[in-house]
Design a protein around this ligand. Structure first.
Ligand SMILES: [Zn+2]
Length: 268
C-alpha cells in the first residue's frame, strides 16, 4: 500500500488511470481541501500522487482552483517533484494543435488569485527568475521527443485570469512580445511550488490557435475539450514516461529555494 509519494501530477481527470495500486487519501490543509481526494499509487518503480486540477467533476474553473491546498497537500505526502500537464492556446501560427511546449518562462496576467503562502509573519521573497525546474524540463523534453511529439524546448507561457479567452488585441499583444502560449492555470501553481521548494515542470499541450493568430471565429470551449479528449491517452503515456525518467535524487536548485530565508511556519 502506497501512502506517500515522491512525485506529484496535477492534471485533468483523464490521468486517473495512470496509477497502479491506487488508493485515495482525503487530506485537509491550512488552505482548505485540495481540488479532490488525492490518489496515490505507482508508475513503474515510482510513487506518485495525483490531483485532478479542476476536481473530478470539473467543478473548479481556473480562477477558483484551490492552488495553495493542492501544492501543500502534495508536499505533505512527501512529493518533491511536480509534473503539470495542461491545455494551452498557441500564439504562433506555426505551432498548431498537437504540439507540446515545455515552457521556460512565464508571464502572470492573472488577478486576485491567492499566490503566496507567506501572507503574514514576515516577508518571504523567493527567486522566480527561472520559474521551472531545469532537470524536470530536460526530462519532459526528452520524453516528448522520444514519443514522437512535435516538441518545443522553452518558450513563454502567458497565464490569463479567464475564464474567458483572450480578445484578438490581447492575443496579438502577447504574440508581439514574443510570448509562445496562453493558459489559465499555470499561475499561481508554479510560484506556489517554488514557495514550497518543489520542482515544477509544465507540459503544455497546444489545443488551438489563440484569437490573434487564427483566422476564423476564435476558439470555442467545445473545440478545446474535444481536442484534449482525443489526446488524453497519448498525454497520459507521456506523463508516465516522464515520471519514470525523473531523477530520484534532485540535483537542481529548486530544493534550495528557501535556504537562508526565515520562514514563519514549518513546511509540511
Ligand atoms: Zn528542480
Amino acid at each position: 500500500m502506497v501512502t506517500s509519494a515522491e512525485i506529484g501530477v496535477i492534471g485533468g481527470s483523464g490521468f486517473y488511470s495512470l496509477l497502479d495500486d491506487a488508493q485515495e487519501i482525503e487530506l485537509s490543509t491550512p488552505y482548505g481541501p485540495p481540488s479532490d481526494v488525492v490518489t496515490v499509487g505507482r508508475i513503474g518503480s515510482r510513487s506518485v500522487a495525483f490531483i485532478p486540477r479542476h476536481g473530478r467533476d470539473h467543478r473548479f474553473p481556473p480562477h477558483h482552483i484551490p492552488y495553495r491546498a493542492n501544492l501543500w497537500a502534495l508536499r505533505s505526502l512527501g512529493v518533491r517533484q511536480v509534473l503539470a500537464p495542461s491545455a494551452v492556446g498557441s500564439l504562433r501560427a506555426e505551432l498548431g494543435p498537437g504540439a507540446i511546449v515545455v515552457p521556460d518562462q512565464l508571464v502572470d496576467r492573472t488577478s486576485g488569485r491567492p499566490q503566496t503562502y507567506y501572507d503574514e509573519g514576515g516577508a518571504v521573497h523567493v527567486s522566480f527568475a527561472d520559474p521551472y525546474c531545469p532537470s524536470g524540463r530536460a526530462v519532459a523534453v526528452e520524453s516528448a521527443r522520444a514519443a514522437g511529439w512535435n516538441t518545443v524546448d522553452g518558450g513563454t507561457l502567458v497565464v490569463i485570469e479567464g475564464p474567458r479567452f483572450s480578445t484578438r488585441a490581447e492575443s496579438r499583444w502577447f504574440a508581439g512580445n514574443g510570448w509562445t502560449i496562453v493558459g489559465m492555470t499555470g499561475f499561481p501553481e508554479a510560484v506556489l511550488a517554488r514557495e514550497l521548494a518543489l520542482c515544477y515542470t509544465s507540459l503544455s499541450l497546444v489545443t488551438d490557435l489563440d484569437a490573434g493568430v487564427e483566422t476564423g471565429e476564435g476558439v470555442t470551449h467545445d473545440e478545446v475539450l474535444e481536442f484534449f479528449a482525443r489526446n488524453v491517452t497519448r498525454m497520459r503515456t507521456l506523463v508516465a514516461e516522464a515520471v519514470e525518467a525523473l531523477p530520484s535524487e534532485r540535483g537542481c536548485p529548486c530544493g534550495a529555494a528557501l535556504d537562508g530565508i526565515k520562514l514563519p511556519f514549518e513546511l509540511p
